[in-house]
Design a protein around this ligand. Structure first.
Ligand code: KIV
Ligand code: ZN
Length: 512
């Protein structure tokens, strides 16, 4: 019998720590529903003690999701652990994931604690957590750069206190596959009670080896849980990518001989949802979920694939959900068809009012665009003016003039706390003029660090999806806006980023 490999998704926690990727409670809940559909075993929903917003997000996910275990991160202290347990109270199956750094560098420079103090705090925290929840994961942060002797003492002690999963993070992405695999193997061999816990891998991608390191941790080290994120989202170069690790295990079952619960047909939808929510565009040549991942341009390849698919294809596009990319609705589609498609896409709008607003937007879009794809619908419901609780800024309308040889000019009407205001400005181009028009009124002083436009579906009739990344007082946020008019999409994206700057104000640093 093959062993089961547990898939632990941390898109909503470690993925969200990526600069600009912060998500609202509603956005997190929507992604959590998609992860449940994907049959992810464990969803790390957030870091409950880091902010009231994250507490509420973990709580709403714990209350809504029934089939996956819901986990909250917490530092190794009683307050964080109690907050996590409280947020998880409604979960069918709850896990607390507590961590403390164990590498000499982190203990001395960051925590300013002696190894003995760290050992005591780790033990005490697991003991405390174990009284609240049965399923406890412990992570020695920067574990891969820790002294093996000390790490063995800490891990043996926390297993004795009741930790049920031991996760070995390569926090800074320093590992090499063979070395990381052997590191875990040695820990498991040296720690007398190692068989009382499930071993887990958590790899960052700084050297582009997060997936390879994770797979080595599984094959050489004997880990049976992989921590990963959709699209490899995460701090710096990101985390191990869920779609890559899952498809490697499935495609090369002859080698790995491991079972997975994942329903791979939902992978592409999950990838799109995360990309559209965070504004992190997926590169076309990204394995499994990139637009070109199954496209054959060369004549020789095309000819081969037409004669026998497996000449050049090792996976089937439809097995990861590419065939779901079909024209779904048009301007004659009714409210029921729209509602049903939303359900199929896993989008549940909270109220009839939200559904009506979304349907009106859909009809407006269908008047301007004859074919409506799943991506269009997801972009439409990602629009804050449809789904969210009241945001500070909302788009109303835009007028702009541009002519070769003349300076473009724009007027934008938008709401501030429900009251309509207008801003006017000139700029280098119509987009620049529109954003300056908003800024002339808001005066946020935020610096724009990224502006990108992406066509949602293939043609010039497509909606433009704009991502705007703003930085202010050390905070970085992404705003996303979609519209067939890219100037309007840009204004929406800018307002969405301003809203996020506002709501992010009360967060604390995730790792301390
Ligand atoms: O990378 C890391 O060390 C982490 C831990 C908190 C598990 O994300
Ligand atoms: Zn991490």
């Amino acid at each position: 019998m093959a062993d089961k490999l547990i898939i632990f998704d941390t898109t909503l926690r470690d993925g969200e720590q990526s600069p600009g990727a912060s998500m609202t409670k509603d956005e997190k809940l929507r992604i959590a529903r998609q992860l449940e559909r994907l049959k992810v075993d464990v969803i790390e929903a957030g870091f409950a003690a880091s902010s009231n917003g994250d507490f509420e997000a973990v709580q709403s996910i714990a209350n809504a999701i029934k089939d996956s275990t819901i986990c909250s991160l917490s530092r190794a202290n009683d307050r964080d652990i109690s907050r996590a347990a409280e947020a998880l109270r409604g979960a069918n199956s709850a896990r607390i994931h507590t961590f403390i750094a164990t590498s000499p560098l982190h203990m001395e420079k960051k925590l300013r604690m002696t190894p003995e103090q760290v050992l005591e705090q780790a033990k005490q925290s697991v003991r405390f957590a174990r009284n609240l929840v049965a399923d406890i994961e412990f992570s020695p942060e920067d574990g891969y750069r820790s002294e093996p002797d000390f790490l063995c003492r800490v891990l043996e002690a926390v297993i004795a206190e009741g930790a049920t999963t031991i996760n070995v993070p390569d926090t800074v992405g320093y590992a090499i596959p063979e070395l990381y695999g052997n590191f875990i193997k040695t820990l498991r061999e040296r720690i007398p009670n190692s068989d009382k816990a499930i071993w887990s891998v958590h790899c960052h991608n700084d050297l582009g080896m997060a997936v390879a390191n994770s797979l080595a941790g599984v094959m050489i080290g004997g880990a049976r849980q992989v921590e990963c994120t959709i699209n490899g989202l995460g701090e710096r170069a990101g985390n191990c990518s869920l779609e890559e690790v899952v498809m490697a295990i499935k495609t090369r079952r002859d080698y790995f001989n491991l079972d997975l619960a994942i329903d791979t047909q939902h992978i592409v939808a999950a990838s799109r949802m995360v990309s559209q929510t965070t504004g992190f565009v997926v590169q076309p040549n990204k394995a499994v979920v990139g637009a070109n991942a199954f496209a054959h341009a060369s004549g020789i390849h095309q000819d081969g694939v037409l004669k026998a698919r497996d000449t050049y294809e090792i996976m089937r596009a439809e097995d990861v959900g590419w065939s779901a990319n079909k024209i779904v609705l048009g301007k004659l589609s009714g409210r029921n068809a729209f509602k049903q498609r939303l359900q199929e896409l896993g989008v549940s709008l909270e109220s009839e009012t939200e559904l009506n607003t979304a349907f009106t937007r859909f009809k407006e879009l269908a008047d301007r665009k004859s074919e409506i794809f799943d991506e269009d619908i997801l972009a439409l419901v990602s629009d804050e003016s449809v789904t969210s609780e009241r945001e500070q800024y909302g788009f109303v309308s835009l007028a702009q003039q541009s002519e070769t040889g003349e300076q473009p000019r724009a007027r934008v009407v938008f709401t501030v706390d429900g009251v309509e205001v207008r801003g006017e400005s000139v700029g280098n181009g119509p987009v620049d003029a529109s954003l300056k028009a908003i800024e002339s009124h808001v005066k946020s002083g935020a610096e724009m660090v990224l502006y990108s436009v992406n066509a949602i579906s293939g043609s010039t009739e497509s909606q433009g999806e704009v991502t705007v990344r703003l930085q202010n007082s050390g905070r970085v946020v992404n705003g996303v806006g979609a519209d067939p008019d890219i100037v309007v999409a840009s204004a929406k994206a800018y307002l969405s980023a301003l809203n996020k700057l506002q709501s992010k104000a009360d967060r604390v640093a995730a790792q301390g």
